[in-house]
Design a protein around this ligand. Structure first.
Ligand code: NIG
Ligand code: FE
Length: 394
C-alpha cells in the first residue's frame, strides 16, 4: 500500500457525477492498495494521519486516470510511409491500403507480430495509455486473423476480431462474408472479446455488416463498428440498432444519426479518432454537435500504419479541443472514462475507491495543460495496477 499527497489537481471521473464531469479534487491525496486498486481518494486534509506519515508528495502536480485507448490496430507487419508520402503530395486516403498491410502481415512471423504490437503498446504506455483495445484485421484469412488475435492477446485483454476490415484481393465478397461468419469466426472468437466491421466505402455495406455483427453476437462477442468515416452511410444507425458498445470514427453524421446515438443514453458511445483526420488531411468531426445532443463521446488513437500511425492520446486530446470544439474537461473525460464507457467498463478511466490503480502523474498544475501545451510530453510517471511502470513518482 502507498499514499500520494500534494496532488494539485486530481481528476477522478467520479461515477456518481454526470458523464463528462471530471470530479476534480484540489489539494488531494490518494491511497493505492496492495491489490492494485484505488483504496481512497479525497482532500489531503482528510487523509488518515497514519497514512500521511510516509506519503509521497508530488508537489502540486496533476494526477489523472490512465488513458483508455478503445480503438487501435497494433497487430501488423511493415509500414505505409510511401503511401503517407504520396498522400501528403496529393493522393486521397482509401480503404485499399489495408491490402498492402495484409501482404506484409501475412509475411511476418508470429514473433514479429508480437514484437511490433509490444513496441507500440510500450510506446503508448509512455504517453499514459494504461488500457488498449487491439484489433486484428490485417490477416484476412483464417490462419492470419487467428494468429493476429493471438498476438493481440499478448498486449491486451480487450481484443477485437476485425476479419471484416476489407475483402482480400481476388476474393468474392459474398464468399468472404460467409468465411468471416463461419470458420474464421470459429477460430478467432476464443481469442476475442469483441467483433468489429469496417462499414464504409470500399469495405463492407450495411447488410454485410449486419450479417457479420449478428454472427459475432451469436458467438458471444460484443459489438463495435467502424462507421461513417469516409462518407455518410448507414453504419452508425446499424451500430445503434444492434446495441454496439461503440460506433467509431463518426466523421460524416446527419441529424438522424446523432439522435439515434443520443437515444441510446450512452449505451452506444461515439468514439472519435482525430488523429485519423489529421493524418488523412480530412475534416474533423464536430464533437460539439454530438455532446450537445447528449451523446457520450470517447477519444481514441486508431493507431494503425495507414490512416493514423500514432499512439498518442495527448495528441488526440489537443486536436479534440483545438479543432473539434470540445472543452478541455470533455476531452480529458473522453480519453479516460469515455474510453472505459466504449469498452463498457467503469473500473478503468476512473480514480475512485475500487477503480484499478491506473494513473498518470503530469508535470502540470492541471489537466488543461494536455491541450494547452500541444506536442509536449507532460508525463512524469505512469502507474498501472498499482505499480509505477514509467518514470518515477518522486
Ligand atoms: O480505422 N478505417 C478502417 N481501418 C483503419 C485504417 C486501416 C488502414 O488504412 O490500414 C482506420 O482508420
Ligand atoms: Fe480503425
Amino acid at each position: 500500500m502507498f499514499t500520494i499527497t500534494g496532488i494539485g489537481t486530481l481528476v477522478t471521473n467520479d461515477l456518481t457525477l454526470e458523464r463528462g464531469n471530471l470530479g476534480i479534487i484540489r489539494n488531494a491525496a490518494l491511497v493505492v492498495g496492495d491489490d492494485g486498486k484505488i483504496n481512497w481518494t479525497g482532500e489531503a486534509v482528510n487523509l488518515a494521519v497514519d497514512l500521511a506519515a510516509d506519503a509521497i508528495d508530488v508537489g502540486g502536480r496533476t494526477i489523472i486516470p490512465g488513458f483508455v485507448d478503445s480503438h487501435t490496430h497494433l497487430v501488423f507487419g511493415g509500414d505505409r510511409s510511401d503511401e503517407f508520402e504520396a498522400r501528403m503530395s496529393g493522393t486521397t486516403y482509401t480503404a485499399g491500403g489495408i491490402r498492402t498491410t495484409m501482404t506484409a502481415t501475412r509475411a511476418a512471423t508470429d514473433n514479429a507480430l508480437v514484437a511490433n504490437a509490444r513496441r507500440l503498446a510500450d510506446e503508448a504506455l509512455r504517453s499514459g495509455t494504461t488500457t488498449l483495445e487491439v484489433k486484428s484485421g490485417y490477416g484476412l484469412s483464417v490462419r492470419d486473423e487467428a494468429r493476429s488475435l493471438r498476438a493481440a492477446t499478448t498486449v491486451s485483454n480487450e481484443t477485437t476480431f476485425l476479419g471484416a476490415h476489407v475483402v482480400p484481393p481476388d476474393t468474392d465478397t459474398d464468399k468472404y462474408v460467409d468465411l468471416v461468419c463461419g470458420e474464421m469466426l470459429t477460430q478467432c472468437a476464443p481469442h476475442a472479446k469483441w467483433i468489429d466491421v469496417f462499414c464504409d466505402r470500399g469495405a463492407f455495406d450495411v447488410d454485410q455488416a449486419r450479417t457479420i455483427l449478428t454472427a459475432g453476437a451469436r458467438a458471444g462477442l460484443g459489438l463495435r463498428i467502424h462507421a461513417n468515416q469516409l462518407q455518410h452511410g448507414g453504419g452508425v444507425q446499424l451500430g445503434v440498432e444492434l446495441g454496439a458498445a461503440s460506433c467509431d470514427h463518426c466523421s460524416h453524421l446527419n441529424d438522424a444519426d446523432i439522435s439515434a446515438l443520443a437515444g441510446t443514453n450512452g449505451r452506444t458511445v461515439a468514439t472519435l479518432l482525430p488523429t485519423a483526420e489529421l493524418c488523412t488531411r480530412s475534416a474533423f468531426p464536430d464533437a460539439r454537435r454530438l455532446i450537445d445532443a447528449g451523446v457520450t463521446v470517447a477519444l481514441a488513437s486508431d493507431c494503425n500504419p495507414g490512416s493514423s500511425y500514432t499512439t498518442s492520446m495527448p495528441l488526440a486530446i489537443s486536436l479534440a479541443v483545438l479543432n473539434m470544439k470540445m472543452t478541455c474537461d470533455e476531452a480529458v473525460w473522453a480519453a479516460t472514462a469515455g474510453g472505459g464507457a466504449a469498452l463498457r467498463r467503469t473500473d478503468i478511466g476512473t480514480l475512485q475507491a475500487g477503480s484499478q490503480a491506473d494513473f498518470i502523474l503530469l508535470n502540470a498544475p492541471s489537466h488543461v495543460y494536455l491541450a494547452y501545451r500541444p506536442g509536449v510530453n507532460l508525463v512524469d510517471a505512469v502507474v498501472r495496477r498499482g505499480t509505477c511502470v514509467v518514470g518515477a513518482l518522486l
